[in-house]
Ligand binder design. Structure first.
Ligand code: SAH
Length: 505
């Protein structure tokens, strides 16, 4: 089968502005060539079997020169692959899509162009600035301004300065002073509206609106970041009345969703619709350990104590035990510790009554419950490969013989966790939502002591109902927000109410 290249627009940033066609192609592409700018939410739509190549100019480590990008697209298509070249906004609006299409045509490779929503139109729309309006603008002009400060730009400044429609400058943020200067120099009124829209359509979008005369000072104060658009025209004044995006109740608030991914999607959507910047606490996927050796040792040898730190550890241990033809009688005479109520419950369900269970789902909370003198005591700790070592270290310090039994691995989307960790470190989380007691435990167990303290001190904790609230209290804090009934809709409403009450005070 002959391959094909799809030049696909990814839209301006908000993943929900991806077209249906783009989503469909991402789902069953063989190879996706990405710019660095594409959001995680869009990347999540790429099918599992696709190879992903970063070619974006911003990802300097992976950046490919344009001729190599072209060669890649052509070669892979010729191998018979469905190649998606995903570009920000629309591929033919300053996206070099035209050049790539020419190359593909010259090489005789079949291709399709999938338009995307351009930031040039959507950015202003998300800032409450319609690019055309019967009363203010009958035309809109898109200009690339990355060379606006040099003499030989090819930009028809005298003509632009005469336009009374809207002008949108892309790639021009660094040249804002030159743009303003030229427009005014060639006759445009300094009182003409001018806005800069940074990170348009994203949760951290920022807009500064004024006039050609005021915009530079406004921008200097606001410390805006790229990517950014510059909009010039009378339509800019509408920003004040019809800005719908940054006026949503949770705009600019960072809210954590801690539910398993599929269930999380509804809560995430509701919160995002209310304007929140939603961080997902990554769901943890469970995989078998690299080697069973240490778990087998925990099963085959005699131990004074077996410590189970999670329900997954319990499940894996017993599966392995049974697979070896053993049953719970193999544990006779062994003391059992369970970290957390859910872990204890899982042991009981398998006919094992744990001897000690700390209140909270934190492994170090076992330490006060175990003997101070561990000499001569053999303990196996059954847990994930990625766990924290404080418990083992402390038991060893007390003189005990301690073995780590790796029962499973957790594969978390660590990049999402990094984002969450960064937000916690700068005390930038506003709300953490919890939809079950186990998500409370999972969330806090994953954090370091310092991170836990920061979250408890700075973020508001939102609970879906009584059992979840009880789990939150075990960490020493009353939930700040409680849903009126145990649904994600009610939880979202409670978060909005709490946040808006707070900010008008
Ligand atoms: N093909 C893209 C534009 C590529 S040129 C499109 O149709 O949107 C890159 C420029 O687009 C940036 O310099 C910036 O001016 C603009 N841009 C792209 N995404 C943006 C965003 N989310 N917010 C503000 N400007 C953006």
């Amino acid at each position: 089968m002959a391959g094909k290249v799809y030049l696909v627009g990814a839209g301006p940033g908000d993943a929900r502005l991806l077209t249906l066609r783009a989503a469909e192609l991402l789902a069953d592409a063989d190879l996706v060539a990405l710019d660095a700018l594409v959001s995680d939410d869009i990347r999540a739509k790429i099918g599992k079997s696709a190879e992903v190549v970063y070619v974006g100019k911003r990802a300097s480590a992976h950046a490919l020169p344009q001729d190599q990008i072209n060669a890649l697209l052509i070669d892979e298509a010729k191998k018979g692959k469905r190649v998606v070249r995903l570009k920000g906004g629309d591929p033919f609006v300053f996206g070099r899509g035209g050049e790539e299409a020419e190359e593909l045509a010259a090489a005789g490779v079949d291709f399709e162009v999938v338009p995307g929503i351009s930031s040039a139109i959507a950015g202003p729309a998300y800032a409450g600035i319609p690019v055309t309006h019967r009363a203010y603008a009958t035309s809109v002009t898109l200009v690339t301004a990355h060379e606006a400060d040099s003499g030989s730009t090819g930009i028809a400044w005298p003509a632009l300065a005469q336009l009374d429609g809207t002008i949108v400058f892309l790639m021009g943020f660094a040249n804002l002073p030159a743009i303003v200067q030229r427009l005014v120099e060639f006759g445009m009124s300094p009182e003409r509206g001018c806005a800069v829209i940074s990170k348009a359509t994203r949760a951290d979008q920022r807009v500064v609106a004024g006039t050609l005369r005021t915009i530079e000072a406004l921008v200097a104060n606001a410390r805006l970041e790229t990517p950014a658009l510059i909009v010039v025209g009378d339509v800019v004044k509408l920003h004040e009345t019809i800005d719908w995006f940054s006026t949503r109740p949770l705009f600019g608030k960072r809210v954590v969703v801690t539910r398993a991914r599929e269930q999380a999607s509804q809560l995430k959507r509701l919160l995002e619709e209310a304007g929140a910047d939603v961080l997902q606490f990554p769901t943890i996927e469970i995989a078998p350990p690299e080697s069973w050796a240490s778990l087998d040792r925990a099963i085959d040898e005699r131990w004074d104590w077996l410590v189970f730190t999670s329900t997954n550890g319990v499940a894996s241990f017993f599966e392995r035990l049974f697979a070896k033809g053993n049953d719970v009688r193999a544990l006779a005479g062994t003391k059992i510790a369970a970290v957390g109520q859910a872990t204890a419950a899982d042991l009981r369900a398998r006919g094992v009554q744990p001897d000690v269970v700390p209140e909270r789902f934190i492994s170090t909370e076992l330490l006060p419950l175990l003997a101070e003198d561990q000499r001569g005591i053999r303990t196996a700790v059954i847990r994930a490969e990625e766990g924290r070592d404080e418990l083992l270290d402390e038991l060893r310090r007390r003189g005990g013989e301690v073995a780590l039994a790796v029962a499973y691995r957790t594969i978390a989307a660590e990049n999402e966790l990094d984002e969450l960790r960064a937000a916690i470190a700068s005390d930038a989380l506003d709300v953490v939502t919890f939809t079950s007691a186990s998500t409370v435990d999972r969330f806090f167990e994953k954090l370091t002591d310092d991170e836990r303290a920061r979250v408890l001190a700075h973020a508001r904790l939102a609970s879906i109902g009584a059992t979840t609230s009880e789990a939150i209290r075990r960490y020493g804090k009353e939930p700040d927000i409680v849903a009126e009934e145990a649904t994600v809709v009610a939880l979202c409403a409670a978060v909005i109410e709490a946040v808006t009450l707070h900010s008008t005070r």
